[in-house]
Write a protein that binds this ligand. Sequence first.
Ligand code: GUN
Length: 288
Amino acid sequence: MAARILDGKSIAATVRGEVKEAVDRLHARGVFPSLHVVLVGDDPASAVYVRNKARACEEVGIRGVTHRLPATTTEAEVLALLHRLNGDPEVDGVLVQLPLPPHISADRVIDAQDPARDVDGFHPVNLGRLVSGREGLVACTPAGCMRLIQETGIRLQGKRAVVLGRSLIVGKPMALLLLAAHATVTICHSRTRDLPARVAEADVLVAAIGQARLVRGEWIQEGTVVIDVGMNRDEEGRLCGDVDFEGASRQASFITPVPGGVGPMTIAFLLRNTLIAACARRGLPPPF
Ligand code: GUN
């Protein structure tokens, strides 16, 4: 049976449409939400991501401001900028693009963020809220993956979910969201023994381990929902995910393509988080 494709581009367009409607309602009340993105150094991939974020903001009517700082910027200078943004009542969301140059501590930068404006959901306060099952800002990629899973119509309650990868950005928050949705969650990583056996147990597989086509089609049981967060280059320089798409498509019930699956969802959920932050900070009712 051939898997159905989860079209991230089109689902993300729906989410962006929902955000735009909410932004329009805020504009009508004289509220103009804003997102400030901080880019330090000249990592070419980060430059592309940041440009895409700015463009996406513009399209839905969020004011997007990019702070481009040279690679020689000191940690103290980045922290000073964050303190300034934290004190500005017009700033709703702040995101510092990762990775940072090696002389800057990502932990200290994340700690200096205002949790109320932390649209990445990386601040320990927001992660703590997620662990505690409380309301907070949730990391964009895992939140986008949950929406993709929701689109399949499957009920997560009691299902076996396997997450490959334990990063702060994807793996850990993803596992917590699946747990909150009452799935039975296994987190696998580079040291996991017998990965094929763990993958074979999955009703839902979320792959975020960063290795081109690591997951073979034959590892996957029939009917699994496959969410591929990977964004890798293969030997021929082609963009590919963590899952062998061709093989997995023969087994899975639903699968995300790379590109065009999870990627577009991340930006859509960044915009969504910005609106959630804007309303919460300003004492307005939640927009969604
Ligand atoms: N670099 C790669 N992904 C992300 C992300 O989701 N947020 C930030 N700030 N940097 C990233």
